[in-house]
Design a protein around this ligand. Structure first.
Ligand code: PEP
Ligand code: MN
Length: 359
């Protein structure tokens, strides 16, 4: 007898659940129509005054047995879900997300297809110092069959008294060497006004860690037709990093390479802490190629090789590291750059590494 009553009550609950479901969906459809009307009228979708009125009306008619606060909480969730229904697609799925585009993006830099499943290398000095310096590095890259050369012309330095880079002259040197050796150039740009200038010289515009949330720079980078290498900010979460890329893509430029370069933690053994798991997370969440900068993340020459192997094994699309003909006299990042023989050793160790077969 008791069992039967329980069964009956459960049946009633199921019926009520289905009624609630039907009503919720009916409500959802009305909310969508309201959303369309608001869109046409150019009115904001969220209206706190209206929401307050609705909650008051509900409280006024509420007779229990639930607490008024409980009922209001449930209705607030319904309001929130309805608002999400009204929102544009891009609020639900970012342009950079896999949800939006399941296939990998391949960034073609003068025939070098970053994101094609192979490992690509970006090597070169921290800063451009002279034609001779860049040329020596360029020749070493050629020897290794590397096409992508990096070098900073505008250097964002911690101290204003440190070498700030050669500016446009540095870009000119990079271009000259690249043309002589058939290389492609990646160089950092730090202000929106210089983005246009950069188009005359560089094949990839780098946005550095310190500028990852310089939104005007991101918008400017998004408005040109040139690949962008976006570095993760010093203290940026993965979500912030992804949103920075979204700033670029939302302006129309979808040729973006993400670069993990270490984040600041309490650990002092390395210059930054290489967040290696960011690589598979970014590959899963976005369709963009992901590189790892082993130089700035570790700041230690002895860690370049093991970290590069880890990057390759975990699925990175590329590895960045700094090379200088004479690091001892380099004007920036002197301690962490490889010299040319070290670079050749590094490359042959990487090429022969079983890390490739772990991908
Ligand atoms: C660089 O790559 O030259 C550089 C300054 O790196 P980051 O922005 O990652 O510090
Ligand atoms: Mn550097």
């Amino acid at each position: 007898m008791e069992n039967k009553t329980l069964e009956t009550l459960r049946k009633q609950i199921d019926e009520v659940n289905l009624q609630i479901l039907a009503l919720l969906n009916e409500r959802g459809k009305i909310a969508q129509q309201i959303g369309q009307l608001k869109e046409m009228q150019g009115v904001k979708r969220f209206d706190p005054v209206r929401e307050r009125e609705s909650l008051d009306l509900i409280a006024e008619h509420h007779e229990g047995p639930f607490e008024t606060s409980t009922i209001q909480h449930i209705f607030k969730e319904i309001f929130k879900a309805s608002l999400e229904l009204q929102e544009d697609d891009h609020r639900k799925a970012l342009l950079v997300s896999r949800k939006k585009k399941p296939e990998d993006t391949i960034v073609d830099i003068k025939g070098e297809k970053v994101g094609d499943g192979n490992v690509h290398y970006v090597m070169g000095p921290c800063a451009v110092e002279s034609y001779e310096q860049v040329k020596q590095v360029g020749l070493a890259l050629k020897e290794q069959g590397i096409k992508l050369m990096r070098g900073g012309a505008f250097k964002p330095r911690t101290s204003p008294y440190d070498f700030q880079g050669l500016g446009v002259e540095g870009l000119q040197i990079l271009r000259q060497v690249a043309d002589e050796l058939d290389l492609a150039i990646i160089s950092e740009i730090v202000t929106p006004q210089d983005i246009e200038t950069a188009l005359d010289y560089v094949d990839v515009i780098q946005i550095g860690a310190r500028n990852m949330q310089n939104f005007e720079l991101l918008k400017a980078a998004g408005s040109v037709n040139r690949p962008i290498l976006l570095k993760r900010g010093l203290a940026a979460t993965i979500e912030e990093f992804i949103n920075a890329a979204e700033y670029i893509m939302s302006r129309g430029n979808s040729n973006i390479i993400l670069c993990e370069r270490g984040i600041r933690t309490y650990e002092r053994a390395t210059r930054n802490t290489l967040d290696i798991s960011a690589v598979p997370i970014l590959k899963k969440e976005t369709h963009l190629p992901v590189m790892v900068d082993v130089t700035h993340s570790t700041g230690r020459k002895d860690l370049l090789l093991p970290c590069a192997k880890a990057a390759i094994a975990i699925g990175a699309d590329g590895v960045m590291a700094e090379v200088h003909p004479d690091p001892a006299v380099a004007l920036s990042d002197s301690a962490q750059q490889m010299n040319i023989p070290q670079f050749h050793e590094f490359m042959s160790a990487l090429k022969g590494s079983p890390a490739h077969s772990l991908r």
